[in-house]
Design a protein around this ligand. Sequence first.
Ligand code: ADP
Ligand code: MG
Length: 395
Amino acid sequence: MLRSISDLDDIQYYGKKVLVRVDFNVNISNGVVTEDYRIRSVIPTIEYLVKRGAKVILASHLGRPKFRDQNNSLAPVAVRLKEILNRNVDFIDDCIGKEVYRKIEKLNFGNILLLENLRYHPEEQNDDPEFCKAIASLADIYVSDAFSTSHRKHASTYGAVKNFDIRLSGFSLKKEIEYLSMIRYNPRKPFTLVVGGSKIKDKIGALENLLPKADKLLIGGAAAYTFLKAKGFKIGDSLFDEEHFDWVTKALSSFGEKILLPVDHIVSSDENSFTTVTGDIPDGMCGFDIGNETSRIFSSEIGGNGFGTIFWNGPMGMFEVGQFAGGTMNVAKSMALAFWRGAMTLVGGGDTIAALKKSGVSESEVTHLSTGGGATLRFLAGDKMPGIEALEQVN
Ligand code: ADP
Ligand code: MG
């Protein structure tokens, strides 16, 4: 059984050391946090614990440091967290060791301490048993609010967790599981899937689970060309995924009537000039975005589903480049329209969330913005999630 922080009596938190595994793997530039959605998403959990007099100890990874590299320090996150919470946040430059234990002992009830990057210790990613013990001895209670890292079997997400008698999910993790489970098992119909991006490989598991339940699958982005080739279209020099061609062919034969592919494309031979083609893409040309007619069709499919569920992962084109952003921006705005009309809308994926932001659609115009990229797709694929499994209690 998975217990959440609200399942424990308030008094059980008073004066207790609570270790909260968060995912503060955010973008930092020149020592300043530039994207703080992941920080904001765990505020309710932190506030809840603070208000119950817990000593709140926050632990996270950041980037992939090979050594103690200042570029991967969480210090700028402490600064941002302080601003958001309007409370003091202490920071210490390690995550285990005597100094850390001493600092935690001295921490006042209801105060917050952010530990330095867990990955400064390579043992974190190796799920090293000694390191797990050291992490477990930091606190009395373990809380995970890091859905986006729950597909990893690391010390702080897995090995250390079972050493805690009390292990709970935070509000953000709980919300992710609820929304994504709804999509996985019981989406409100009609169910529209919108998939783009570059790698089909990462999405196959999720698509296999969701396609039978979906009413429509709209495919754009580089992923579309492999589908188009399987249908006999010429795709020029567009990205093609030979390795998954057979899977795509099978998906088309089983679910072809649900799958909507682009009918026109913005193509280019050099990324500087561009033009629109309908149907086949000539040799020497590469598709970088869905065309206007496809945009119209996709927009009306998405915007027209104002009653059911829509899940979007993967941009419709190379949206980072201005002239290839149009299709993705239209999809983002259509998602907002569907939301206003009453649809349940879910958006996941690092690049997809960046695209949503670029479109001007606000976070509040989406029912649920998943913090996970890889984790979201794994969960939807039905893969084991060590970080969630470790929280489960036998009784
Ligand atoms: P997410 O991070 O949201 O899961 P992906 O990582 O799967 O999304 O895909 C995002 C990337 O796909 C973007 O960097 C985008 O430029 C790229 N992309 C989308 N369409 C194309 C295309 N037609 N050609 C090349 N790259 C593309
Ligand atoms: Mg990506």
